[in-house]
Design a protein around this ligand. Structure first.
Ligand code: HAM
Length: 467
């Protein structure tokens, strides 16, 4: 009988490990029914918004434009390029980065099986996707550091309350491939500058979570501390004690929060490298005059952080909105953890709804971005047709134009021109159509002038300094 070939023990181990890695990660398995059957139509009933979701109405858009412009300005100054990643990713990406025991993955993921049976999730945050993209696109071969930013919706099945939604929007800045503390300071500065540019005063809460070398010593001490108080901690924390003890410092239960006050501090356990890193970051922040407080209990809700972690809070503790207006930190192990080369990285994310709530609470008016150079008003049907033509000739010549073609009363049109702060209003009425002219009104001086219709584009460009 031929002998069965013996498997090499290392090869067997490798095969088993590969098999394990390929196994799908289990996380709050979505129900077996892959796609919910279409509900029977209920005539007469208007579908409603899902809980925790919001429409961003036209009246609110000027706040959003203001935020986007501010983010874009900061990104250009500091050399960050925009990246867009899909809203839907394989669930394993978040389990392996944000952490299986984190609330975001354990309780808040919008996960389901797609039609092909794949376990997918709506992204709860942006960092994991950027790390995936950095690896997938071989960005380690680009000149480092690679600096990117993103803006878009994120999904977390949270209990909705003030400033907390199930769909929120975040922008984030991430920098890959450089471990210097100056980059921690740069991202903290940018988060601070964003709010400063909006006109919101903030303070940075900061801590260091150390690294894989020094953190285990701290965790041993932390676990010993909480074990001695086991009867006083909540059921969730009893579980966390075995699986993810840092999370205990994050627990909002009153009993656990009280115990946190006398818990050991991670900064006392930092090794020389991590301590030095923290000191350098603080020196930069001092020089940049970024206000900060050291917060020994700050651990953040996501598992990937190493060394610096921070959150942006309102400077005035008496104002409404005492939650994180943004947060971030360093994550030097995450790229490697997701299968890439060892690559240090850091970044932050800011919730746009929270930023806009602050603008509203503090009566900060967004700067309106669109000021038309010419408002075109018309009177009568023939004039309307003529003005459509002129409008398009001027617009395609690069002039910022506005009009309300559906309005026929001149008064209402001039009111709109005033509200939009147009530089000039061009009026075409019956008389102008017959004479082949236009009437140009300088909105600042009130002076009026008649101009030949055929010379209108050239004349208006000259007035606007574009000739
Ligand atoms: P995060 O602290 O989970 O961090 O979220 C960043 C910010 O998004 C929060 O500070 C808050 O302003 C906003 N936010 C989070 N959840 C909600 C919600 N349910 N409703 C409204 N706003 C919310 C992260 O997501 C990390 N990816 C940040 C980061 C980037 N770390 C390194 N790089």
């Amino acid at each position: 009988m031929p002998k069965k070939a013996q498997k090499h023990p290392i090869a067997a181990k490798k095969k088993a490990a590969a098999k394990k890695a390929a196994r799908p990660v289990k996380v709050q398995q979505p129900p077996k029914t892959q796609v919910a059957p279409a509900p029977a139509p209920r005539p007469g009933l208007t579908p409603q918004l899902l809980r925790g979701m919001r429409d961003i109405l036209p009246t609110e858009q000027r706040y959003w434009r203001h935020v986007y412009r501010t983010v874009d300005g900061i990104a250009r100054s500091y050399g960050y390029e925009r990246i867009d990643t899909p809203l839907l990713e394989e669930t394993g990406l978040f389990v392996r980065s944000v952490g299986k025991q984190s609330d975001v993955v354990e309780k808040e993921l919008f996960s389901f099986l797609d039609r092909g049976g794949e376990n997918v999730s709506l992204r709860p945050e942006g960092t994991a996707s950027l790390v995936r993209a950095y690896i997938n696109h071989g960005m380690f071969s680009l000149p480092q550091p690679v600096k990117m930013y993103y803006i878009g919706p994120m999904f977390r099945y949270e209990r909705p309350q003030a400033g907390r939604f199930r769909q929120h929007h975040q922008f984030g800045f991430e920098v890959f491939g450089d471990s210097q503390p100056v980059l921690d300071a740069e991202v903290i500065l940018m988060a601070h500058l964003f709010y400063k540019d909006l006109g919101v005063k903030t303070v940075v809460h900061l801590n260091s979570l150390g690294c894989n070398i020094c953190r285990p010593n701290y965790l041993t001490e932390l676990v010993a501390y909480y074990r001695s108080k086991r009867s006083q901690i909540c059921e969730d924390c009893k579980r966390r004690l075995a699986k993810n003890p840092l999370r205990l410092l994050d627990c909002k239960e009153p009993g656990c929060a009280a115990l946190r006050e006398t818990a050991p501090h991670l900064v006392d356990f930092l090794d020389d490298e991590c301590k030095n890193h923290l000191m350098r970051v603080l020196e930069y922040l001092d020089e940049l005059m970024v206000p900060y407080v050291l917060d020994p209990h700050l651990v953040r809700g996501l598992d990937y952080y190493t060394k610096t972690v921070f959150e942006i809070m309102l400077a005035d503790e008496t104002q409404p909105g005492q939650y994180a207006l943004g947060g971030g930190g360093r994550y030097d192990n995450l790229v490697e953890q997701l299968g890439g080369r060892p690559t240090p990285a850091c970044g932050f994310g800011i919730g746009i709804e929270r930023a806009i709530l602050q603008m509203k609470n503090q009566n900060i008016e967004p700067q309106d971005d669109f000021r038309p150079e010419i408002f075109l008003a018309q009177l009568g049907d023939t004039a309307r047709r003529k003005s459509f033509q002129l409008f398009e000739e001027l617009r395609s010549a690069g002039v910022r134009m506005a009009a309300t073609f559906s309005k026929s009363a001149l008064k209402a049109q001039l009111e709109t021109a005033n509200r939009l702060a147009a530089k000039y209003t061009v009026i075409i009425g019956q008389k102008e159509v017959l004479d082949g002219t236009i009437l140009v009104r300088d909105m600042e001086s009130g002076m009026q002038e008649i101009v030949d219709y055929n010379k209108a584009v050239a004349e208006m460009k000259k007035k606007l300094g574009r000739a």
